[in-house]
Ligand binder design. Structure first.
Ligand code: LLP
Length: 431
C-alpha cells in the first residue's frame, strides 16, 4: 500500500482504505461518489472481486471449475466481472439463470441447485446447455428425465448429498445437517443413484455437497468428502462415470474479527483425495468473492438518546441490508470522513418501523453530525441481493468502481417502478 494510504480497520480488502483519513474505494473517494449518486448506495470494487477470484483459483488450481453463487450478488455488472475473472455460475432459480443470460454470459459452466425446481426452470436450464443439474430431492429425477426425453438427450446430473455434517454456522444458513431440507440424505441416496443410472435421459456426472454459509474451518469440508467417499465405495455403480465433486461454497469472511478463511487449507485437505479418484473439483463461492468487495454507504439523519441508548438514525435500513436483523450479523461500521473527538457507544438504526431494524448495536463510533456518511463494511454479499421494499422504500443504487472511475450499475428504484404493478381500478372478474 503506498505511503499516503492506510488500511481501514474492518475492511477485509485493501481496495477500501483511507487517504488523509477519508475512505476511498480503489482510486475513488467515497464522498465524491455519494455527491453524484446519493445514499443509500452500495459500492463495489472491481479489483477486490477479481483479486478474490484469483485467490480461489490459486487455491484450487487450473482444473477446478469455479461457479460463483449468483445469489450473493446478482448485479449484471458483478456477474460480468466474475466471468472476466474466469468463473462460471451457481444458480438456484430460473430467475438467476435469466440474470446470467441478461448479462450476455455463457451458460455452459452453470450448475443449478435448488431444493425444488419447477418444470419451466428445468426446461430453461436444459435449453441453455448448463454444466449440471444438482438434484436435491428424489422427486426431481422424474421431471428431469421427462425434460431430457422431450429434448432427446441426456441431462447431466450431480446428486446433492446431505452428509449430516455440522458446519458450525448460524442455524438459518446451515444446510448440511440431516434435519435441514437440503440434499438427499445418505440413507436414500443409493436409491437415487440407481434411478439415475437406469434412466436413458440422465447421466450421473458427480456428487455435490454444500454445508452452509460463512464456514470458518476446514473440518466440515473434509468430513463431508469422507462421507461421500464411503458412500461411493459401498457400491461400484455409484462411481461409474463420475467426473466431478462439487464441494459447495460457504467460505467465510472476517467481518472485522478473526483471521481470513484459509482456502488453501481446504484445497490441501481435499484435492489429493479428489485427484486419487480422478474427480475434478467444482467450488461455489459467493460471499468470499464479493462480501469484502462491497460497502453500503448511508447518511446520518439524526441522533436520539432514549432509555439509556443513543440511537444514531441513518437513511439505510433493514430493507437495504437485512443481515443484521435476520441473522444478528455484525458488519463493521465506520465514518467515511471521521471527525475528531472521543468515540461513544451507539445503536445504528434505520427509519423502518420495526425494533429489529438496526445495522449495528452498541458500536463505538466517533462523533457524527447529521449529513455525515457512514460505511457499513463487508456488505457486498447478501446485501443488495436481499434488499426489499418494506415500508415502501426504494431499493438502493449500486456502483462499481474500477481504478479511478465508477459506474452506476443499478439505478435507485423509483416510486413509479414500485407502484407499476398495482391496479386498484382493475376490472372485477369471476374466477
Ligand atoms: N452453493 C449453494 C448451493 C448455496 O446454497 C450457497 C448459499 C452457496 C453456494 C454460496 O454460499 P457462500 O459461499 O456465499 O457462503 N443470506 C445468507 C447466506 C445464505 C446462503 C445461501 N446459500 C447470509 O446473508 O449470510
Amino acid at each position: 500500500m503506498p505511503s499516503d494510504r492506510h488500511p481501514c480497520a474492518g475492511a477485509g480488502t485493501p481496495e477500501f482504505h483511507r487517504r488523509n483519513g477519508e475512505l476511498w474505494c480503489e482510486d475513488v473517494p467515497l464522498t465524491a461518489l455519494v455527491a453524484r449518486l446519493g445514499t443509500p448506495l452500495y459500492v463495489y470494487s472491481r479489483a477486490a472481486i477479481t483479486a478474490r477470484l484469483a485467490t480461489v483459483r490459486a487455491a484450487f488450481g487450473p482444473d477446478a471449475t469455479i461457479c460463483y453463487a449468483v445469489k450473493a450478488n446478482g448485479a449484471l455488472a458483478v456477474l460480468r466481472t466474475v466471468h472476466a475473472g474466469g468463473a462460471g455460475f451457481d444458480v438456484v432459480s430460473g430467475g438467476e439463470l435469466r440474470r446470467v443470460q441478461a448479462a450476455g454470459l455463457p451458460t455452459d459452466r452453470v450448475v443449478f441447485a435448488g431444493v425444488a425446481k419447477e418444470r419451466w426452470e428445468v426446461e430453461a436450464a436444459a435449453a441453455a446447455g448448463i454444466l449440471a443439474f444438482h438434484v436435491e430431492s428424489p422427486h426431481e429425477l422424474q421431471q428431469l428425465a421427462s425434460v431430457g426425453s422431450q429434448l432427446g438427450r441426456r441431462l447431466r446430473v450431480m446428486l446433492r448429498v446431505n452428509p449430516d455434517v455440522d458446519a458450525g454456522t448460524h442455524a438459518y444458513i446451515s444446510t448440511g445437517k440431516k434435519e435441514n431440507k437440503f440434499g438427499v440424505s445418505l440413507g436414500v441416496a443409493g436409491e437415487a443413484v440407481t434411478t439415475i443410472v437406469a434412466s436413458p435421459w440422465l447421466q450421473l456426472v458427480g456428487y455435490h455437497v454444500h454445508l452452509g454459509s460463512q464456514l470458518r474451518s476446514v473440518e466440515p469440508y473434509a468430513q463431508a468428502l469422507a462421507k461421500v467417499e464411503a458412500f461411493v465405495d459401498a457400491d461400484p455403480i455409484r462411481a461409474r462415470g463420475v467426473t466431478h465433486y462439487d464441494l459447495g461454497g460457504g467460505f467465510g469472511i472476517s467481518y472485522g474479527a478473526g483471521e481470513p478463511f484459509d482456502l488453501a487449507a481446504v484445497a490441501a485437505a481435499l484435492l489429493p483425495r479428489l485427484q486419487a479418484r480422478g474427480w475434478r473439483p467444482i467450488v461455489e463461492p459467493g460471499r468470499y468473492v464479493v462480501g469484502d468487495a462491497g460497502v453500503l454507504l448511508t447518511r446520518v439523519l439524526g441522533e436520539k438518546p432514549q432509555g439509556g441508548t443513543t440511537f444514531l438514525l441513518v437513511d439505510a435500513a433493514m430493507n437495504d441490508l437485512l443481515r443484521p436483523a435476520l441473522y444478528s450479523a455484525e458488519h463493521p461500521i465506520v465514518a467515511v470522513a471521521p471527525r475528531a473527538g472521543p468515540p461513544r457507544t451507539v445503536d445504528v438504526v434505520g427509519p423502518v418501523c420495526e425494533t429489529g431494524d438496526f445495522l449495528g448495536k452498541r458500536r463505538d463510533l466517533l462523533p457524527t453530525q447529521p449529513g455525515d456518511l457512514l460505511a457499513v463494511l463487508a456488505a457486498g454479499a447478501y446485501g443488495a441481493s436481499m434488499a426489499l421494499n418494506y415500508n415502501t422504500r426504494r431499493r438502493p443504487a449500486e456502483a462499481l468502481v474500477d481504478g479511478g472511475t465508477a459506474r452506476l450499475v443499478r439505478r435507485r428504484e423509483t416510486f413509479d417502478q414500485l407502484l407499476q404493478n398495482e391496479v386498484p381500478d382493475a376490472e372485477p372478474f369471476v374466477p
